[in-house]
Design a protein around this ligand. Structure first.
Ligand SMILES: [Zn+2]
Length: 360
C-alpha cells in the first residue's frame, strides 16, 4: 500500500501518507492553517491505529513540517499543544509520534556558519510581532520547545536538518531529501549576516523577490515504496526542486523524471514554477492543495503549463483538494481534445484519496 490522503487544508497543505504491510505506517505532512486541526485533522487522527497496528493512542510514525509558514505549521502547532496539555494534566497523550522532521531556520543558518543565528536571535525576537517572518520564526521556536518538552526525537534518523542528499529507509519507505540545497543555505547565511551587520532583522525578509525565507528552507521529499514514487515539494521554488533532482542524478538529458504523484509547489502559484518545470517532472497524479479564496491559487498559468507539457493522449489526473471555480473552468477548457481527468474533493468527503490500493 502506498496511499495519499489529502485533507481539506483550506489555503494550506495537510496530508497523510500511508505505506507498508501488514499494518499501515503513517506520515503526516504539514497541518494546514490553525483551524484545520479542529475542523478536520483531529478527527481523522483519532481514527488511526496505535503503534504497530495495536491499541493505545493513535500513532504517527513521522510528522514532517515542510516549513514554518502559518498555512503549514498552524495545525501542527495545535496538535502539539494538545499533546502538551495532556502531558501537563497527567493524562494519556492523545497521540504518539515516532519522529518530527522539521528544519528550524536557525539550524540551517548554523550548518554553514556555526553561531551566526545566536547573534541575530535577539533582533528577531524583538521583531517577532511586526513582521510576518518574525511571527513564523516565533512559531517555529514554539513548536521546537513543545516537541522537546514531549521528548520527541527530532529529525531522527537524520541527526540534524534535512538537506539535499540526505537519505533514509523507514520500514520499506525510501526517503530522499531533494531540498533545501546548498545554494538556499548560502542565501540564508547571507541574509543573516547582513541582518547582523546592519543590526536590522528587516533585511531578512525585505527586498527579495526570489522567494521568502520559509520557502527557501522548505523541505522537498522524494518518497518511494513498492516501485512507486511521490515528489512532495512544500512551497519550494521549482528551480530549486529541479537543481536538487539534478544534483541527485535524477534528472539528465535522457528525458523527464516520472513520478507517480507530484504535489505541486506552493499551491500551484505561477511565481514558484515555470513551464519548464513540468517538462522535466511528469506525474500520473498531480495534486494541488488550495482553496482559491485567500490567494489566487492555483494560477491558470500553472495549469496551462502543466497540461501543455503533456501529449494530448497522455492519461493522468489533476486533483484539487477543494472546489475552485476558476481553476475548474480553466482545466475544463484545457481538457478539450485531451485525455486527462480532473478530480475535485466533494465537500462532503473528508479527504482526497489518491493511489488507494490500485496496482501500478
Ligand atoms: Zn503554503
Amino acid at each position: 500500500m502506498f496511499t495519499f490522503e489529502f485533507l481539506d487544508a483550506h489555503h494550506g497543505d495537510c496530508f497523510l501518507v500511508h505505506w507498508g504491510a501488514p499494518h499501515d505506517r503513517v506520515m503526516l505532512v504539514d497541518g494546514g492553517p490553525g483551524g484545520v486541526y479542529r475542523a478536520t485533522l483531529r478527527d481523522r487522527l483519532r481514527q488511526l491505529r496505535g503503534a504497530d497496528g495495536g491499541g493505545g493512542p493513535p500513532h504517527l510514525d513521522v510528522v514532517c513540517l515542510s516549513h514554518i509558514d502559518e498555512d503549514h505549521v498552524g495545525g501542527l502547532d495545535r496538535l502539539f499543544r494538545d499533546m502538551r496539555q495532556a502531558q501537563q494534566d497527567g493524562d494519556e497523550l492523545p497521540y504518539t509520534v515516532g519522529t518530527l522532521w522539521f528544519n528550524a531556520v536557525e539550524e540551517l543558518v548554523d550548518r554553514r556558519a556555526p553561531g551566526l543565528s545566536a547573534s541575530v536571535r535577539p533582533l528577531l525576537e524583538h521583531a517577532a510581532s511586526d513582521t510576518a517572518f518574525g511571527a513564523s520564526y516565533q512559531q517555529g521556536r514554539t513548536l521546537r520547545n513543545a516537541t522537546t518538552a514531549l521528548g520527541l526525537a527530532g529529525n531522527a534518523p537524520f541527526g540534524g536538518p534535512l538537506t539535499e542528499g540526505a537519505e533514509t529507509v523507514l520500514d520499506d519507505l525510501d526517503v530522499t531529501v531533494v531540498a533545501p540545497d546548498e545554494k538556499a543555505l548560502a542565501e540564508l547565511e547571507e541574509r543573516w549576516l547582513e541582518a547582523k551587520q546592519r543590526g536590522d532583522p528587516g533585511v531578512i525578509s525585505a527586498g527579495y523577490t526570489d522567494g521568502s525565507v520559509p520557502n527557501l528552507s522548505s523541505i522537498v521529499l522524494l518518497l518511494g515504496h513498492e516501485g512507486r514514487t511521490a515528489l512532495l515539494t512544500g512551497d519550494a521554488r521549482g528551480d530549486r526542486v529541479l537543481s536538487g533532482l539534478s544534483a541527485l542524478g535524477l534528472l539528465d538529458d535522457s528525458g523527464p523524471l516520472h513520478v507517480d504523484l507530484l504535489k505541486l509547489p506552493h499551491h500551484g502559484s505561477d511565481r514558484n514554477v515555470e513551464a519548464g518545470f513540468f517538462e522535466q517532472v511528469r506525474a500520473d497524479h498531480y495534486v494541488i492543495s488550495a482553496d482559491g479564496l485567500r490567494h489566487h491559487h492555483p494560477s491558470e498559468n500553472t495549469l496551462r503549463w502543466l497540461v501543455e507539457s503533456r501529449a494530448a493522449d497522455d492519461a493522468y489526473v489533476v486533483h484539487l483538494t477543494n472546489h475552485i471555480a476558476f481553476a475548474e473552468e480553466e482545466l475544463t477548457r484545457l481538457r478539450e481534445g485531451r485525455a486527462f481527468d480532473i478530480d475535485v474533493r466533494a465537500p462532503a468527503e473528508q479527504a482526497l484519496l489518491i493511489m488507494e490500493g490500485d496496482p501500478p
